[in-house]
Design a protein around this ligand. Structure first.
Ligand code: FAD
Ligand code: UDP
Length: 379
């Protein structure tokens, strides 16, 4: 008898598996894919270059707890991601910063002058509700159209005015020269990759792993007390209220017989091309190799559900599933698909750590994992 049957071996499911196993529970973790790691899975391609199968994954977090927790299973390399955008025939920094403005407009503005420049152009919008409002309110129409309108249409097949404000709010605007994509306290990559991290995380004797298996095919004959579900929530309930929309992506990998392909980790293509961005893995991983591998991302409607689509309508539909989930006996939902949230890795990890604590809240326990020992406090 397993204590927990966990569906999905991405971060959401694997964190639950590891925490519960380390507190003495017997776990079966199931994934329909042929590997652990969910969307963060990485592997060495034919040329021996470490690539991310489901698109570039850059780890960043403000959370000391999340960083400390993952540090049980990996060493790190420091990595601050940088992005350039191809606009008006030039490659300029994204997020928009002082250098972006000066390069695009042939100016030599100071920070104060750049603030005035943006203030003059920004539109006064209140309340800020949509992804269009966010950007128009920060930089005005021209920069909005150069950097955000076309990219967002490609990525989501929606106009920014149809998307929740939180989507484009992920990308800040700066008037200094900071050209980092993220400003989190911890910006690191697992030294030997994500799959290696997951292998360590799931190597506990209380954890059994079943791959290439849809949980529906085994659930009736594997005895278990509880379910933790991290797949798409609408699928769990047989789409009883209709399908939740997701955005998918086709990843096209190329290997070039040269040391370096592009000047930075990612180049975004807001306009023109069918792909949104190209990422060169060696920047992310620090690998030395005489060839280089990149991935082009082509967003599409059909395919694996990668992105929940943050619109008011979809949030309302999710709410109905969430209410159903709250009544599902002995079943917990977590993760990007399980809770239909456009979450980064660290948010998913934090969400699962919180769920673990709430499951265990009545019984403070001693957890032990790879030499790490901590008494859980009741929260
Ligand atoms: P997943 O990793 O999707 O895991 C869910 C698992 O459940 C899957 O492996 C799936 O096969 C399995 N499953 C589903 N249904 C079933 C079933 N019926 N039976 C058995 N198994 C099932 N985050 C960052 O922090 N930084 C980044 O740079 C970043 N880049 C990203 C780039 C792309 C292109 C994408 C799509 C996402 C990116 N993310 C990034 C987000 C990150 O991928 C997620 O936050 C994280 O992987 C979610 O983990 P999860 O466990 O919730 O879901
Ligand atoms: N975005 C944009 N232009 C860009 C980069 C981002 O319009 O060059 C918008 C777009 O809507 C995108 C969102 O900002 O989906 C969030 O960007 P992020 O890079 O965080 O997306 P992710 O890495 O999650 O795909």
């Amino acid at each position: 008898m397993f204590d927990y049957l966990i569906v999905g071996a991405g971060f959401a499911g694997s964190v639950m598996a590891e925490r519960l196993a380390s507190s003495g529970k017997k776990i079966l973790i199931i994934d329909k894919r042929n590997h652990i790691g969910g969307n963060t899975y990485d592997y060495y391609d034919e040329s021996g270059i470490l690539v991310h199968k489901y698109g570039p994954h850059i780890f960043h977090t403000h959370s000391r707890d999340v960083y400390d927790y993952l540090s049980l299973f990996t060493d790190w390399r420091s990595y601050e991601h940088k992005v350039l955008a191809a606009v008006d025939g030039q490659l300029v920094p994204l997020p928009i910063n002082l250098n972006t403005i000066n390069t695009l407009y042939g100016l030599q503005l100071s920070t104060d002058q750049a603030e005035a420049f943006l203030k003059e152009r920004a539109e006064k919008i209140s309340p800020v509700k949509t992804s269009e409002d966010v950007v128009m309110g920060r930089v005005g129409k021209e920069l909005y159209e150069k950097f955000f309108k076309g990219y967002t249409k490609k990525q989501w097949d929606l106009d920014p005015s149809q998307l929740d404000a939180s989507v484009t709010a992920r990308v800040p605007v700066r008037t200094n020269k900071d050209d980092r994509y993220f400003t989190d306290t911890y910006q690191v990559m697992p030294l030997h990759g994500y799959t290696n991290l997951f292998t360590k995380m799931l190597s506990h004797p209380n954890i059994n792993i079943m791959l290439n298996t849809d949980y529906r095919d085994v659930i009736t004959f594997v005895p278990h007390k509880y379910i933790i579900y991290t797949g798409p929530i609408d699928s769990y309930f047989d789409y009883c209220y209709g399908q939740l929309p997701y955005r998918s992506i086709e990843f096209r990998f190329e290997t070039y017989d040269k040391d370096i392909f592009q000047p930075t980790g990612t180049v975004n293509y807001p306009n023109g091309q069918a792909y949104t961005r190209i990422t060169e893995f060696k920047y992310l991983t620090g690998q030395q190799h005489k060839k280089t591998s990149v991935v082009y991302e082509f967003p599409k409607a059909e395919g694996d559900p990668y992105y929940p689509i943050p619109t008011a309508e979809n949030a309302a539909l999710y709410k109905k599933y969430q209410l159903l989930a709250e009544t599902a006996p002995k079943t917990y939902f977590t993760g990007r698909l399980g809770t239909y949230k456009y979450y980064n890795m660290d948010q998913v990890i934090a969400q699962s750590l919180t769920l673990f604590k709430s499951i265990m809240k009545d019984q403070p326990i001693e957890m032990q994992a790879n030499g790490y020992k901590k008494t859980l406090q009741q929260t």
